[in-house]
Design a binder for this molecule. Structure first.
Ligand code: NAP
Ligand code: ZN
Length: 350
């Protein structure tokens, strides 16, 4: 089925309107009419080939919410009209040790991304949510139970939400823990909301003095401007966990030095150039760890959506028409968004 989309034909080309094809739903497929799609910094890294391996045309978008418009003959868990979401992955092998553990994002044979992943569908790689419609295997479709008027602000939970929720849960953020969130962008602002909701003492680290007041409103107990050495020094050796969402290369020593003994710095931000080698002494003297974390599995993504629905948590968004996507990228690159752009998919028809 012909579907209107926004995408790029090359790394140095802007995104433009294009027509793509979606497959007719197979027995286990769910066809979704997309209502909204969030704009993740990974979309920019991919479209511009800042990470290796982008295939063109590239249609990004992995923060998808919408309504089921058709189902395959063997789909039992969804019906036409259901409100659903699709995040960063649409497939995995289903029987390796990671898949068996419900950690499809770490599939030993490689998870299939919602965009730029391998597929039998033309053009041979998956095309994402900057489009009117998507067809996804039922196992990779999430249920959305937020109030209907919250739907646009639910979209960013599908990547920004789960990418911060998963490490917060894995490293036991909660009462009695001091948790830092570095970079108050799309991921970071969700990290602050979620760490606060889990009951952790939450500290936001930002390079933007203009976000100081706003980050408190997200639920941060304290906001630290990371370029202010005196402010940073007050927190030396005090954190159980720091989640680093920064999208650019920088010195990790700034944050490992803030960890207490056995504390962990978790990298989720994916810089295009490597971070400088971390200082050895800062790690060994307090048995500090640097770890990484990739999105979250399907079961955990559903758990996160249900947690957010129960607590009334959504993203803070700026809704845009698809035609403004290139300008939105430029603004995201200067940290000029509070805190996530979301595309109103109805504008794709224009
Ligand atoms: P974003 O909205 O652009 O937020 C990134 C934030 O990092 C900015 O708002 C800014 O916050 C800070 N920052 C940017 N450049 C900086 C620099 N040079 N030095 C220090 N701080 C800087 O991006 P996002 O969508 O949240 O994504 C963040 C990163 O996570 C991207 O690299 C993305 O690809 C990656 N990601 C990873 C996963 C995963 O599974 N691991 C999933 C999704 C995204 P302040 O203004 O507060 O300083
Ligand atoms: Zn993302």
């Amino acid at each position: 089925m012909t579907t209107k989309a926004y995408g790029a034909y090359a790394a140095d080309k802007p995104l433009e309107a294009l027509d793509i094809q979606r497959r007719t739903p197979g027995a286990h497929d769910v066809q979704i009419d997309i209502a909204y799609c969030g704009v993740c910094h990974s979309d920019v890294h991919t479209v511009r080939s800042e990470w290796p391996g982008t295939q063109y045309p590239c249609v990004p978008g992995h923060e998808i919410v919408g309504h089921v418009s058709a189902i395959g003959a063997d789909v039992r868990s969804f019906k036409v009209g259901d409100t659903v979401g699709v995040g960063c992955l649409v497939g995995s092998c289903g029987h390796c040790s990671s898949c068996n553990d419900g950690l499809e994002q770490y599939c030993e044979r490689g998870m299939i991304g919602t965009y730029n992943g391998p597929t039998a569908d033309a053009p041979g790689h998956t095309l994402g949510g900057y489009s009117q419609r998507i067809v996804v295997r039922d196992d990779f479709v999430l249920r959305v139970t937020h109030a209907p008027e919250q739907l646009a602000a639910v979209a960013p939970l599908l990547c920004a939400g789960i990418t911060t929720y998963s490490p917060l849960r894995h490293w036991n953020a909660g009462p009695g823990k001091k948790v830092g969130i570095v970079g108050i962008g799309g991921l970071g602002h969700m990290g602050v909301k979620l760490a606060h909701a889990m009951g952790a003492r939450t500290v936001a680290f930002t390079t933007s003095d203009s976000k100081r007041a706003a980050a408190k409103g997200l639920g941060a107990d304290m906001v630290v401007v990371s370029t202010n050495a005196a402010e940073m020094a007050q927190h030396a050796g005090s954190f159980d966990l720091i989640i680093n969402t920064v999208s650019a290369s920088h010195s990790l020593d700034t944050y490992t030095s803030l960890l207490r003994r056995d504390g962990t710095l978790v990298l989720v931000g994916g810089p295009e150039k490597p971070h400088p080698t971390p200082n050895y002494t800062a790690l060994v003297m307090k048995r500090r760890a640097i770890a990484g974390s990739l999105i979250g599995g399907i079961a955990e993504t559903q758990e996160m959506l249900d947690f957010c629905a129960a607590k009334g948590i959504v993203a803070d968004i700026e809704l845009i028409p698809a035609q403004q996507i290139n300008a939105a990228y430029e603004r995201m690159l200067t940290s000029d968004v509070k805190y996530r752009f979301v595309i109103d998919s109805a504008t794709l028809a224009k």
